[in-house]
Ligand binder design. Structure first.
Ligand code: BDR
Ligand code: CA
Length: 337
C-alpha cells in the first residue's frame, strides 16, 4: 500500500479526493493536512473531519496548517464551492483536529519513513512551503510529491494564464519550486505537477453518479439530471457526494456550459497511485510574481533557458476518462461498505 499524506482545502473536488484516498485499498492514508484556500481554514478542517467520518475513516489524523498565504491576504471562492466549501452538503463531525500542526505532521512523517511517503497537494502550496522552510531536506525525504496546480497550455481558471491553487499563494509555490531545484543534484525526485491541462480531461456528471447509486442497489430518480442530483439516494456517503456535487454542477453549468464537474483533485490522487494515467515531461518550473495578467503564472522552461536543476515532471496528457471510471467504481465500493 502506498503511504500518502493529502494536503487539502476541502472543497468539493477535495471531498472526492479524500474519499478516494480514504477508501482505496492500495492507499495507506498516513494523515491529512488542511490549508486555507477554497474556504477559510476553520471550514476546511470542519469539512475534512466530516468527510472522513462519513467515509468511515475517523481514524485518520487531520492537522490544521496555514490560515492564509505567505505574503498576501487570503482569497476564497464561495461561488465555486459554496459558502462553507462543500456545496449544499453539511457535516457535523464528532472527531477533532490533531494537536500537531500540519507542518509537523508532514515533516515528522517524512523523517520517520524516509523515501516512502507520497505527498499529494490539492490546495495552495502554503503548508508545503512552510514545511520546506522547517526542513530544507524534505525533497530528499519524500518519495514523491504530486501537485494539483498550474496550467501550462490551457486557459487559467483564476486569470488568463493562472490556475486557482497557485493564484491564491504564488509566493509559496515559488518557495516550493526553488527548493526542489536546489535539491535536484542530490537526487530529489522532481515534483509531479498536474495542471488544468490534464485535470480538465476528467469529469463526473449526474448519470455517472446515478450509475454508482444503481451499482449499490439504491433507488435513482427519473432520468433527469437535476432530479437525480436533488433526490436522496439514502446512503450517507453518496448523499454527501450528491449534495456537494450539485453545487459544483450548477457552478460549472454557469461558468463552463455543462451540468457536471471537473474532478481535478481526485484525479491527482489517482495518478499518484497509478502514474500510467498521465504522461509527463521533465523540466524546470517557476512562478511569475506580479503583472496584472501574469501574477501566479506557472512557467515551464521547456527549452532550458533557465540554468536551474530540473524540479518538475509536468503532466502534458492524461486519461481523465479512465480515471473517472475508477472513481465511480471506488465510490460504489465505498458506499456499499
Ligand atoms: C483547484 O482549485 C480548487 O478550487 C479546486 O479544489 C482544485 O484544487 C482547481 O483549479
Ligand atoms: Ca482543492
Amino acid at each position: 500500500r502506498l503511504p500518502m499524506i493529502l494536503d487539502v482545502d476541502t472543497g468539493i473536488d477535495d471531498t472526492l479526493a479524500l474519499i478516494y484516498a480514504a477508501a482505496h485499498p492500495d492507499i495507506d492514508l498516513a494523515g491529512v493536512t488542511c490549508v486555507a484556500g477554497n474556504v477559510p481554514l476553520d471550514d476546511v478542517v470542519h469539512n475534512t473531519l466530516g468527510v472522513l467520518e462519513t467515509a468511515g475513516r475517523a481514524d485518520v489524523e487531520v492537522a490544521a496548517g496555514a490560515a492564509g498565504p505567505v505574503a498576501r491576504p487570503l482569497e476564497t471562492t464561495p461561488e465555486t464551492h459554496g459558502p462553507h466549501g462543500i456545496g449544499y452538503a453539511q457535516v457535523s463531525p464528532s472527531t477533532t483536529v490533531s494537536d500537531r500542526h500540519a507542518v509537523d505532521l508532514i515533516v515528522e512523517t517524512a523523517r520517520r519513513r524516509p523515501g516512502e511517503v507520497t505527498l499529494v497537494t490539492l490546495g495552495p502550496l502554503t503548508n508545503l512551503a512552510a514545511a520546506v522552510l522547517a526542513e530544507p531536506r524534505l525533497p530528499l525525504l519524500l518519495r514523491d510529491v504530486f501537485i494539483m496546480g498550474g496550467t501550462f497550455f490551457e486557459a487559467g481558471n483564476a486569470a488568463p494564464r493562472v490556475e486557482w491553487n497557485i493564484h491564491v499563494d504564488p509566493e509559496a509555490a515559488k518557495i516550493v519550486f526553488h527548493r526542489w531545484s536546489a535539491c535536484a543534484e542530490e537526487g530529489a525526485a522532481p515534483l509531479t505537477v498536474m495542471g488544468l491541462d490534464v485535470t480538465e480531461t476528467s469529469r463526473i456528471d449526474a448519470s455517472g453518479l446515478a450509475d454508482v447509486a444503481r451499482a449499490c442497489g439504491l433507488p435513482v430518480a427519473a432520468d433527469d439530471d437535476v432530479a437525480i442530483m436533488s433526490t436522496a439516494f439514502g446512503d450517507p456517503l453518496l448523499d454527501l457526494v450528491r449534495d456537494s456535487l450539485r453545487f459544483y454542477f450548477e457552478f460549472h453549468e454557469t461558468a463552463d456550459g455543462f451540468y457536471g464537474a471537473h474532478i481535478h483533485d481526485p484525479f491527482v490522487v489517482g495518478a499518484a497511485l497509478d502514474p500510467s494515467l498521465i504522461h509527463t515531461r521533465a523540466t524546470v518550473v517557476d512562478v511569475q510574481l506580479g503583472g496584472a495578467m501574469t501574477d501566479g503564472e506557472t512557467v515551464a522552461d521547456w527549452r532550458g533557458h533557465l540554468d536551474k536543476g530540473v524540479n518538475a515532471r509536468v503532466a502534458v496528457a492524461g486519461d481523465g476518462a479512465a480515471f473517472g471510471e475508477r472513481l465511480r467504481s471506488l465510490l460504489a465500493d465505498a458506499a456499499s461498505l
